[in-house]
Design a protein around this ligand. Sequence first.
Ligand SMILES: [Zn+2]
Ligand SMILES: [Zn+2]
Length: 272
Amino acid sequence: MASDLHTHTNFSDGSLTPEELLDKAKNIGLKYLAITDHDTVDGVKYIYENGIYPEKKLKIIFGVEFSALNPDYDVHIVGYNIDIYNGALSDMINEIIEARWIRFTEIIKNLQNKKYNIKEADVLQVTGSSRSIGRAHIARALVKKGMFKNLREVFEKMLGKGKPAYAPRYFPEVDEVVDVIRQAGGKAMLAHPGIVGSDSLVEELCRKVDALEVYYPTHKPIDIQKYLGIAKKFNLMVGGGSDFHGIGSKYVDNLGDYTIPDEIAEKFFIKQ
Ligand SMILES: [Zn+2]
Ligand SMILES: [Zn+2]
């Protein structure tokens, strides 16, 4: 049996609905599945409130992934086993969603200034159930309109950091993110240390969190050994997952292409 502790649905920038994701997980026989949408718990709320949870064979872990403030590096913190109705968590999510909306209109303006014929409404057609509008949604709309070949091209030419249509947004501090996750009863994990871009920063962040995402599609065996060592040094739980976003995006095309052993995943599962 296998498990996956890092997946996204169309409540953030994934392409599958929570039901579709769970169906796939059941079909391929995953044991533990964590849903970790960016800056929202709407997907897990949807599962919970519609009684799609709990599930006997497949065990679902409620999660969320936050981007934290760092001027130079991509710092993502994943929270596991969070109380999705926690007040501090909702406050932070609402603040981020508002900031994302402001940035969304700025990016659209930037694109229009660069003579791209795109409107907010075009993007809202591809956002699915997400209240949390991100650059990936804008990129998808541009590709859909035939202005770019694929998402990567949009980011390389227009939406990536420092590119012509890029606009910054508010990010919470790492300490704030970790604090809110703990207030919501969860465990905080530093996500994909291999793409953070600085090992000294990774070690610094490891002092603040409860877990480290040792297993990740872009981590080579030598990286895994290194991160296992760091996790041990800071007495952290070892985590991992595919960062599945749906077909044709990020690092894996199919759920189940990258999994971790159940013994690792089960430590993140608390019976509800
Ligand atoms: Zn991430
Ligand atoms: Zn992710």
